[in-house]
Design a protein around this ligand. Structure first.
Ligand SMILES: NC(=O)c1ccc[n+]([C@@H]2O[C@H](COP(=O)([O-])OP(=O)(O)OC[C@H]3O[C@@H](n4cnc5c(N)ncnc54)[C@H](O)[C@@H]3O)[C@@H](O)[C@H]2O)c1
Length: 463
């Protein structure tokens, strides 16, 4: 069961009253309470963590996790020597480092592992770590292939391990507020969600810098490959693994999964039933075997939690207009848009013509005979006026997270609270798979030029 119910959400966000006012969102009371509980824990309640994969996000996640009270880093694993050295430089000599992640799983002094490795290792390490009795924070996407999902879910259920996927939007106050507003009817009936994650830089397009000492001596290449096809050492593949289907999940697996996590969070949805995507490699043709532009359409069927709606997702790595992350949740009474830095509600709603507009405006009436025009005018004069429904949300309103707000921190706080108290996590294996699977199906649709059916409840491809 999800720990978020009406009570835990109660009072979590201030409601804006004045039109056009900017309301600063407070942190979720869940996260506040969790942080307090963590802070109040005794020395024996320390959560001892180890990070597997000390690359870009490995350091970011570890730093963020260590900001939560009572969390201690005891070990880290990585395949590149320079990153193991960096762990010692940054966190101290007392932090143990190793190449083989199984050494970490064997350690009795590790309660939880952060899995910050390339996508092709997520499922295998998650399963091994849960079986070894560790709590797991696995970076998104939960799996590299569709086939891996059921096993991760099964092992989580069998071991009852605390398992949380690392898509931090699931814990963001922005999407919590969106969820609250949509549920309260702020946009009326949801019909479309548009989301985009566009970029305009080489780093944004995954051309990360390679270290000058990269070689088979400093990198454990065979271990990196794992189950992936064997090939000779290739530093570019190792340090820019996202560019290759053997190790990554392309743009959709990397970024759509964030968008879908946020959409599922905001709407309580479990997923689409139809997925289609198109795109191609248009600019960053540097040897990669993945596309750099993708546009997808996903149809969400009506269920108890929400009406039917259609999602359009976009990632364009050569958007010359600049970096642009944007969500628009469109309903018949209004639209909520967010670039993550703020959230804006506009309630124009559906408009109806005045009698004057209907008779004299851009419409068919003036083309009718005078007798017909007179009859229609008389009919309109006798009809009651069509008024828009009034709402507590009327007027334009803007909401902002507090300065310096980092959803990743809230996500970690929730994870560590679950580790301490054994509570179920929100972004569990089922949630993680239901966000990852449609993203992976976008890849299949693009690669195979076909529309794909998905049963989000049974979590199975339907055609
Ligand atoms: N939640 C987010 O916002 C977010 C952001 C970025 C990345 N990520 C995810 O984090 C993961 C890592 O991404 P990154 O950008 O940090 O990659 P990276 O290439 O910078 O780092 C990956 C590290 O994993 C190590 N590694 C690879 N295979 C290993 C193995 N078998 N055992 C031990 N170490 C191994 C590599 O040596 C490397 O240092 C990806 O799955 C990515 O999708 C999530």
């Amino acid at each position: 069961m999800r720990p978020r119910d009406e009570n835990t959400r109660r009072g979590f966000l201030k409601t804006a009253t004045a039109a056009s006012a900017v309301t600063i969102l407070s942190r979720s009371p869940e996260a506040e309470a969790a942080a307090e509980a963590l802070a109040g824990a005794g020395p024996n309640d320390k959560v001892r963590i180890a990070t597997i994969g000390m690359g870009i996000i490995g350091f970011i996640d570890t730093d963020c996790a260590l900001k939560a009270p009572g969390v201690e880093l005891v070990a880290a694993a990585d395949l590149y020597e320079g990153r193991r050295t960096r762990v010692k430089e940054k966190y101290g000599d007392h932090v143990a480092t190793c190449v083989d992640y199984r050494e970490i799983l064997d350690r009795k002094d590790v309660d939880a592992v952060l899995l910050c490795v390339p996508d092709h290792w997520h499922a295998k390490m998650s399963v091994d770590a849960m079986k070894a009795g560790k709590a797991v924070y696995c970076e998104k996407p939960m799996v590299q292939t569709l086939a891996e999902g059921p096993d991760v879910i099964k092992v989580q259920r069998e071991t009852k391990a605390v398992f949380q996927v690392g898509s931090q939007f699931a814990s963001s106050v922005v999407f919590e507020k969106l969820h609250e507003m949509i549920a309260a009817g702020a946009i009326g009936k949801l019909n479309v969600v548009e989301a985009r994650y566009n970029r305009n830089s080489s780093l944004g397009a995954w051309q990360y810098t390679l270290p000058l000492d990269a070689s088979p001596e400093t990198v454990d290449w065979d271990r990196f490959l794992g189950q992936a096809p064997k090939r000779p050492f290739d530093a570019t593949r190792f340090f820019r693994w996202r560019n290759y289907q053997d190790y990554g999940t392309a743009v959709a697996g990397d970024l759509f999964v964030h968008l879908l996590t946020a959409i599922h969070r905001a709407t309580d949805s479990i997923g689409p039933n139809k997925v289609a995507a198109m795109g191609g490699l248009r600019y960053w043709d540097d040897g990669r075997d993945v596309y750099d532009v993708i546009l997808s359409l996903l149809d969400y069927p009506a269920v108890e939690a929400h009406p039917a709606f259609t999602v359009s997702l976009q990632c364009d790595f050569e958007d010359g207009g600049g970096d642009a992350t944007l969500f628009r949740f469109v309903g018949d009474e209004g639209v909520i848009s967010t670039d993550l830095a703020s959230l804006k509600l506009e309630r124009t709603g559906i408009t109806w013509p005045t009698p004057e507009q209907e008779l004299k405006g851009y419409n068919s009436v003036q083309t009718f005979s005078q007798a017909q025009q007179d009859a229609i005018a008389a009919k309109l004069a006798a009809e009651p006026k069509k008024d828009r429904k009034k709402s507590a949300y009327d007027g334009a309103q803007t909401f902002k997270p507090p300065a310096g707000y980092d959803p990743r921190f809230d996500h970690f706080v929730k994870f560590f609270t679950s580790v301490r108290q054994g509570e179920p996590v929100y972004e569990d294996a089922v949630f993680g798979y239901r966000a990852a699977a449609p993203a992976l199906l976008c890849n299949t649709s693009l690669y195979e030029s076909k529309l794909i059916g998905w049963d989000p409840k049974a979590m199975k491809v339907t055609g």
